[in-house]
Ligand binder design. Structure first.
Ligand code: GUN
Length: 292
């Protein structure tokens, strides 16, 4: 079994970006800008957003946090997005999900102009991904591909089974793995909670990608010997420590790991990559917007 070290790969990406941003500064150019909009006080969202602000600042980008009250109206949020759409200092606009129930998520994701959509959630960017056009790809799925590439895990013609069909992970990662490109070009099966016998699918996977948000759900008997297991889950479970919780994945790491050829831990696996991919997208949006 080989452990996939997302923390190390993510840190190397950030070091590279830091140099790129420094070069822009030395040339007297504007640096890439990212605005993160957080509505409400969901503790997990707050912690993710803090990480985004810290990392974007550390690589030298212009980084701004817009914190809005949980009662903020949809109209007010749309107005804010519109002002950043037109603000040339910012290349990336990220609206942290989930949003409070009174706000229509689709309407918000549609409002960020595709050129600044560093989450890759706008239908135009989703359409480009599905049709194989270069664009801004969703961060967590892009992080999965980056890890496969870093560890030179062959994917061409391999059976990738994705468990989960969310717009944030399941659907985009399946589409990325399907692309006719290196470290993709796979045979892809997507399965989800309606499967009568989920393990009949998961046991066929050469590469199993799990994103269902259920703690330690995938057990050893659901995984083929020698498979590559990519665990996208981050679930808070109660624990007897000062924080009162620990984060665990969707995979029962203890029992599954010995059967695998490669596996991502939680924490320190895919989750560690998401922010670095967001910064990469912000830099890419900057280059596209400035005509580079
Ligand atoms: N909430 C959970 N994951 C994500 C993500 O990748 N982007 C945003 N904006 N919100 C999230």
């Amino acid at each position: 079994m080989n452990l996939i070290d997302g923390k190390k790969v993510a840190s190397e990406i950030r070091e590279g970006l830091k140099k790129d941003v420094l070069k822009l500064k030395e040339q007297g150019k504007r640096v890439p800008g990212l605005v993160t909009i957080l509505v409400g006080d969901n503790p997990a969202s707050q912690s993710y957003v803090n990480g985004k602000i810290k990392s974007s600042t550390e690589v030298g980008m212009l980084s701004k946090l817009e914190k809005l009250d949980k009662e903020t109206s949809e109209e007010k949020l749309l107005q804010m997005i519109d002002s950043y759409n037109r603000n040339d200092d910012f290349d990336g606009i990220l609206v942290q999900l989930p949003l409070p129930g009174h706000i229509n998520e689709d309407k918000i994701l549609n409002a960020v102009i595709p050129e600044k959509d560093v989450d890759g959630f706008h239908p135009v960017n989703v359409g480009k991904l599905v049709t194989g056009q270069d664009t801004l790809y969703p961060c967590t799925p892009a992080g999965v591909l980056e890890l496969l590439k870093y560890y030179k895990i062959e994917t061409r013609g391999k059976h990738v089974v994705v468990v989960g069909r969310s717009n944030i992970v399941g659907k985009p990662v399946a589409n990325l793995m399907l692309q006719k490109k290196p470290y993709a070009d796979a045979i892809v099966t997507v399965c989800h909670s309606a499967a009568k016998d989920l393990s009949a699918y998961t046991r066929q996977a050469d590469i199993l990608i799990v994103a269902i948000g259920r703690p330690r759900f995938i057990k050893a008997d659901m995984v083929k010997e020698g498979a590559v297991v990519i665990d996208v889950g981050i679930n808070r479970v109660a624990a007897d420590n000062p924080k009162g919780y620990v984060n665990v994945g969707d995979v029962d790491f203890e029992s599954v790991a010995p059967k695998t050829s490669f596996i991502t831990p939680v924490p320190g696996g895919v989750g560690a990559m998401t922010i670095s991919m967001l910064l990469k997208n912000t830099y890419k949006a900057y280059l596209m917007r400035t005509g580079n």
